[in-house]
Design a protein around this ligand. Structure first.
Ligand code: U87
Length: 271
């Protein structure tokens, strides 16, 4: 077996022990999700996603989120612009978490209400409009699909024809599943095949990270990225960069669940 298959196979095996509930606890509760702090990671991400969609240059029918995990924050702004949203993840355990929210079932590991309320406020609406936003998002999510970004066609072409998406969002996925920079850039090229030419990519990721905890005792290796490498990979895979913003973690956001030093937000357009 060639080295690269071996490495991605090893990564896939490690992800079998991913623990969605623990993962949500590590990254989506205070201090990393503290809506009273501008310098908390989640408000920083939500502000960038809101602005990217509110600028008016992104449009179309279909938004695809690549590597959704058990989280929804990444499409809370996009669902105001796109009538159809497709969520995707490698693990059935994460897709099941998303289905539970979609069906408004009990047993969801996360209460997304504060997130919905925060994004409503970014949109100049009352926080109490969160119920309408939740209903709008539930109407928009048309599918929750298996995905593997290491495949040239990350989604099953029978369920998702190439170049069908008008916009892609992907948060902390590619660098967290790729053994090295080559694999990261290759995966970026693979997800690009899902996006129509002229479509937009909103890419959020970790800078300077070498590992994160995917559950108790589960250390998942991450390829450490710098801004220059992100820009080079985007250019190499046929994107024109519109904007790159960087967030540096304050000391108290470094809580031991990873060794990430910064977060990048890239808005790009597929040539
Ligand atoms: C999120 N998008 O939390 N193909 O934003 C496709 C795969 C593959 C594969 C595994 C966790 C990493 C984020 C969601 C989930 C992103 N996932 C799936 C984490 C670590 C720093 C950091 C993190 C989170 C796998 C928040 C913050 C920071 C996971 C998803 C990666 N880095 N997808 N071959 N293999 N996956 O099931 O759900 O990728 Cl603030 Cl700083």
């Amino acid at each position: 077996m060639e080295q690269k298959e071996n490495d991605t196979a090893a990564m896939a095996a490690r992800y079998q022990r991913f623990d969605p509930a623990a993962y949500l606890q590590y990254n989506y509760t205070p201090p990393r999700a503290d809506f009273d702090r501008e310098d908390s990671i989640v408000p920083w991400k939500l502000a960038r996603l809101h602005r990217a969609f509110a600028e008016g240059d992104i449009g179309g029918e279909l938004l695809v989120d690549v590597g959704s995990g058990p989280t929804l924050y990444q499409v809370l702004s996009g669902c105001e612009v796109f009538d159809e949203v497709v969520l995707t993840d490698f693990l059935e355990s994460n897709r099941e978490e998303l289905r539970r929210w979609l069906r408004d079932e009990k047993g969801c590991s996360m209460d997304w209400t504060p997130y919905l309320q925060h994004v409503c406020k970014l949109e100049g609406r009352r926080a109490s409009a969160w119920t309408e936003k939740a209903a709008k998002l539930r109407r928009a999510i048309s599918d929750i699909l298996p995905i593997d970004v290491h495949r040239p066609q990350p989604l099953d072409p029978r369920r998702f024809p190439p170049a069908k998406a008008d916009c892609l969002v992907s948060c902390f996925c590619l660098e967290s599943v790729s053994p090295d920079l080559t694999a990261f850039t290759r995966a970026l090229g693979h997800i690009g095949t899902l996006l129509r030419p002229g479509g937009h990519l909103l890419l959020i990721g970790a800078l300077g990270e070498s590992f994160y905890m995917g559950g108790p005792g589960l250390k998942i290796p991450v390829v450490p990225l710098g801004e220059a490498e992100v820009c080079a990979s985007l250019k190499e895979t046929g994107y024109t960069l519109i904007r790159l913003e960087v967030y540096t973690l304050p000391q108290d956001m470094r809580v031991g669940v990873d060794d990430v030093t910064g977060v990048f937000f890239a808005k790009a357009k597929k040539d």
